[in-house]
Every structure is written in C-alpha cells, then in structure tokens.
Design a protein around this ligand. Structure first.
Ligand code: AP5
Length: 214
C-alpha cells in the first residue's frame, strides 16, 4: 500500500508516519528528512537546499522528485510507502504519478490531517528530537519519561530544527496554503482523499488513520 500524508507544517505527518512504520512495517519517505540529511552531509543537493529550507520556502521540484525516485529504487517493490511532505506542488504530484507508474506502483490513499493553523506554531516551536536516534519530542505534548533522556536510545543530547521558529513557520504555512493545498482537488477527483481530525490527541489520530487503511 502506498499513501500520502498531507497537511501543513506541524500537522503531525512525521508523528503519524513513524507510528505506521512501527505498526505496519511501511517505509516513511520524508523529503524534509532526506533534505536535512543532505544538508548535514554537505552534498550538492544539500548545499542548494540549505538556505531555501531555512527561509521556509520550497526546494525545487526537480530536486525533491529526484530524491523520491532514488529512494523508491532502493526499496523492494512490495514495500508499502508513506510519502511524508511530498508532493507539495502540482508539478510534484504529476511527477509522483510518473515515478509510481514507472515502477509498477499505485497510490492507494491520500490522508489529509485537518488542523487549526493557530495551534501549529505552538506545536512546532516546542518540538525537538533526540540527536542520536531522531525520536521526536515536544516541550508540552510529549516529554521523555525521564526528562532529558531519550526513551528510545537513552541519549541525553537533543536538537531543534533551524526552521522551527515562528517567522519561518508562518512562511511555511503560506507555502502550504498557496502551493500544496491546491493539489488536494486533483486527488479528490480520483476518489483518493480521506480526512482525519489532526487536532485530536496523537493516538486518536492514529486510530482514525488505521480505520481508513483497514
Ligand atoms: P518538512 O520536514 O516536511 O516539514 P513540514 O512539512 O513543515 O512538516 P513538519 O515536519 O514541520 O511537521 P509534521 O506535520 O511532520 O509534524 P510533526 O509530526 O513533527 O519540510 C521542511 C522543509 O524542507 C520545507 O519547508 C521545504 O523547504 C523543504 N521540503 C520538504 N519537502 C519538500 C518538497 N516536497 N518540496 C519542496 N521543498 C520541500 O509534529 C509537530 C509537533 O507536534 C511534534 O512535536 C509532535 O510531537 C506534535 N504533535 C504531533 N501530532 C500531535 C497531536 N495530535 N497533538 C499534539 N501534538 C502533536
């Protein structure tokens, strides 16, 4: 099964994708995570993407569609994929159709996380991750069981994203409204879209997604 999780910054795409990876053995393809890895590694893609990401703008369609195609090529054909943060423009949606068709894959669900944008700034500016294993936490909504120690790997080092500040979040939201939300009708016309209440607590959101996926 191949699915897209769609929603503005902080809607919970990464949170829900991680749960699907744990519970269903699917693979999460997050263009944001892949771009951040390229920035850290200082690759040519990373060098092009760094300033764009820090400003909250969108990286070029060619770059992100290229990395999605490469990531899919590295997977066994039967592996179920969660597209997290891709596609984000009409051009990317068109590329994804081609990328999937070329690999004999189909798209089964597009799940929109419906959220109240006013609450998202608080979600994003409070977010941090384990510097060692990447497990996600939040100052208010998800602290480790022992504060300061990662539940998953025991590390005491954590980090925050450079684009997780209020000004950049507002730009990212505007990009979502202007360029990403308009692709939903394309998928609606194909009968692929389901909506979940992304303002519910994390487990309730997961339960809604499970109901859709069956
Ligand atoms: P990306 O990394 O994709 O960021 P984003 O879309 O802005 O999404 P986020 O990761 O911020 O949010 P999320 O929905 O995953 O929320 P999360 O689960 O973490 O992209 C970053 C940048 O890369 C872009 O700005 C762009 O420059 C570039 N880029 C990436 N893809 C691109 C593409 N396709 N084309 C062009 N450029 C691209 O949750 C947020 C917080 O809220 C967490 O702390 C979590 O614990 C908490 N939380 C989650 N769910 C709940 C809940 N139900 N209740 C309470 N708290 C919750």
């Amino acid at each position: 099964m191949n699915i897209i999780l769609l929603g503005p910054p902080g809607a919970g795409k990464g949170t829900q994708a991680s749960k699907l990876v744990e519970e269903r053995g699917m693979v999460q393809l997050s263009t944001g995570d892949m771009l951040r890895a390229a920035v850290r590694a200082g690759t040519p893609t990373g060098l092009k993407a760094k300033a764009v990401m820090e400003a909250g703008a969108l990286v070029s369609d060619e770059i992100v569609s290229g990395i999605i195609g490469e990531a899919l090529d590295a997977l066994a054909p039967e592996t179920g994929v969660i597209f997290d943060g891709y596609p984000r423009t009409a051009a990317q949606a068109g590329s994804l159709d081609t990328i999937l068709a070329d690999r004999g894959r189909a798209l089964h669900h597009v799940i929109e996380l419906e959220v109240n944008e006013d609450a998202l700034v608080a979600r994003i500016v409070g977010r941090y991750t384990c510097a060692n294993c990447g497990e996600g936490y939040h100052d208010s909504f998800k602290q480790p069981a022992v504060v300061g120690t990662c539940d998953k790997c025991g590390s005491t080092e954590f980090k925050r994203r450079p684009d997780d500040n209020e000004e950049t979040v507002r730009t990212r939201m505007a990009e979502y409204r202007g360029k990403t939300a308009p692709i939903l009708p394309l998928y609606e016309a194909r009968g692929l879209v389901s909506r979940v209440d992304g303002m519910a607590d994390m487990d309730a959101v997961s339960a809604q997604i499970s109901d859709i996926l069956g």
